[in-house]
Design a protein around this ligand. Structure first.
Ligand SMILES: Nc1ncnc2c1ncn2[C@@H]1O[C@H](COP(=O)(O)OP(=O)(O)OP(=O)(O)O)[C@@H](O)[C@H]1O
Ligand SMILES: [Mg+2]
Length: 451
């Protein structure tokens, strides 16, 4: 269903009725006004590029990220640099207005694609599997779901260990059009070149000593479904060249066989190595790289999506405790979790929550004592995190009371100066030194009665 909010920028208002009419005639439902926090797609019509237009795109992007389409009216010429600025401000695209076909149908098709993607991203298959609402993660999931559902091109997932590559491969399978066909996983780290032939290609009866019967390999088993090559960067060179043909032409021979077999599968590869770097060093075939890298997606490390830590932690707690009786995390534990480092990314967090869940007893919240000693910050580490849970609580309270960022920053500065001056027993010079500011800055504040 194609639904959109229309926004007419400078000088376009005279064409409003005509635009509305053309869109409604094509079956686009025009919303009167976006409800607060409504992710309704927005179409912004404009007749010339301006800073005001950029501001309008940014504002709507905050409400509906990725769902803002800009439409240039006839006669509006927009320079390439301006187009990029619009995209950087959040516009999904810039299309020319044309009252008839194909302009209107292009807009409608875009809206329908967005609606379909919204539905897929909110489906149980995605929501129940992938936790995280951070912008960087949500954008990635949306792009992967789009590639999975609307294309058959090979997908390459690159990212640090434990960032969810395998989980995403399962989502690609669930979202794709493979129906009931399965997902066949080949772990390239455990592949032994001598046995790999049979593992991947299958073998004929009597192909080698001990092969009493024929056997299907991964390529045959993946037919009609998804072949997931995990840790593809570890694939031995000999197998890289053999793989090239299957991926390119979908044909292969079983070990000990002479007949060309055909197979057709969706290829998903994952690696925590920098494949481009392996190519540059001559350790990975360039032609294979381009064949498997139809779509390339980078899974972000957990440190780049810290806002997802607590939702993930709560999710894992529910997994490891009774679903209904999952405990809450108290303020110190929450603070500990969001400030801790996670070299093993989400796997690290998952295992930590498993240890915590195993230690926790009773019905109350998870408290700092539930964190195993091994995982606790050592005494020396604690002062490094001066942003304590109390500070978070105070800021939370300030925000609840309607204090803006400027007011919060001002209050924090005032408190820092007051505390430094007190601890230096009124010596402004020493206090200024400790705060890294000039004596004069503190003298002026004192003169204006700030403390
Ligand atoms: N967004 C997520 N929501 C819920 N669980 C997640 C998410 N991402 C990862 N996980 C969980 O974290 C663990 C690690 O994920 P996964 O095995 O997919 O990582 P990976 O990138 O394949 O790691 P490696 O490179 O070490 O193989 C798994 O238990 C997975 O279920
Ligand atoms: Mg993996």
């Amino acid at each position: 269903m194609a639904t959109a909010l229309l926004h007419f920028h400078d000088g376009v208002s005279n064409a409003e009725a005509e635009i509305r009419g053309a869109l409604e005639k094509a079956g686009v439902e025009v919303c009167a006004q976006a409800a607060p926090q409504n992710r309704c797609p927005t179409i912004i019509f404009f007749s010339e590029f301006s800073d005001g237009l950029l501001a309008a795109v940014r504002e709507r992007t905050r409400e509906a990220p990725g769902l803002v389409l800009t439409v240039a009216m006839a006669g509006c010429s927009i320079r390439p640099a301006e187009s990029w600025r619009l995209l950087h401000a959040g516009a999904a695209d810039i299309v020319p207005w044309d009252c008839g076909e194909p302009g209107v149908s292009q807009i409608k098709a875009r809206l329908e694609r967005w609606a379909a993607l919204d539905q897929l991203c909110n489906s149980r298959a995605v929501r129940n599997t992938l936790v995280g609402e951070s912008p960087v993660w949500s954008r990635l999931v949306r792009q992967i779901v789009e590639a999975a559902r609307f294309t058959r091109t090979p997908i390459l997932l690159m990212g640090e260990s434990g960032t969810g590559k395998e989980l995403l491969a399962h989502v690609v399978h669930a979202m794709g059009s493979s129906g009931n066909h399965g997902l066949v996983t080949v772990d390239c780290t455990t592949i032994v070149p001598e046995l790999a032939g049979s593992e991947l290609f299958g073998h004929e009866k009597g192909a080698f000593t001990g092969s009493v019967g024929s056997r299907e390999g991964a390529f045959a088993l993946a037919h009609g479904g998804v072949l997931f090559l995990d840790e593809v960067g570890e694939l031995p060179p000999a197998l890289q060249s053999q793989l090239l043909r299957v991926v390119q032409e979908g044909t292969y021979k079983r070990v000990g066989g002479n007949v060309w077999q055909t197979t057709e599968f969706r290829l998903v590869c994952a690696t925590n190595r920098d494949l481009k770097d392996l190519v540059a060093r001559g350790d990975f075939r360039l032609d294979l790289y381009y064949r498997i890298a139809g779509w390339v997606f980078h899974t972000p490390p957990l440190r780049d999506r810290r806002e997802d830590i607590l939702p993930l932690a709560n999710h894992f707690l529910r997994v490891f405790q009774n679903e209904d009786g999952a405990s809450e995390l108290d303020a110190t534990v929450r603070h500990y979790l969001v400030t801790r480092e996670y070299p093993g990314n989400i796997r690290d967090l998952r295992q930590l929550l498993q240890r915590i869940a195993q230690r926790h007893v009773g019905a109350g919240p998870v408290t700092p004592g539930d964190i195993p000693e091994e995982d606790r910050p050592s005494e020396g580490d604690v002062p490094a995190h001066w942003e304590t849970a109390q500070l978070d609580q105070a800021i939370e309270q300030a925000i609840d009371m309607g204090t803006g960022l400027r007011g919060i920053a001002q209050a924090t500065t005032d408190a820092a100066i007051r505390i430094a001056v007190q601890s230096e027993k009124g010596n402004l010079q020493k206090a200024a030194k400790r705060l890294g500011v000039t004596d004069r800055a503190l003298q002026m504040r004192k003169a204006s009665g700030k403390f």
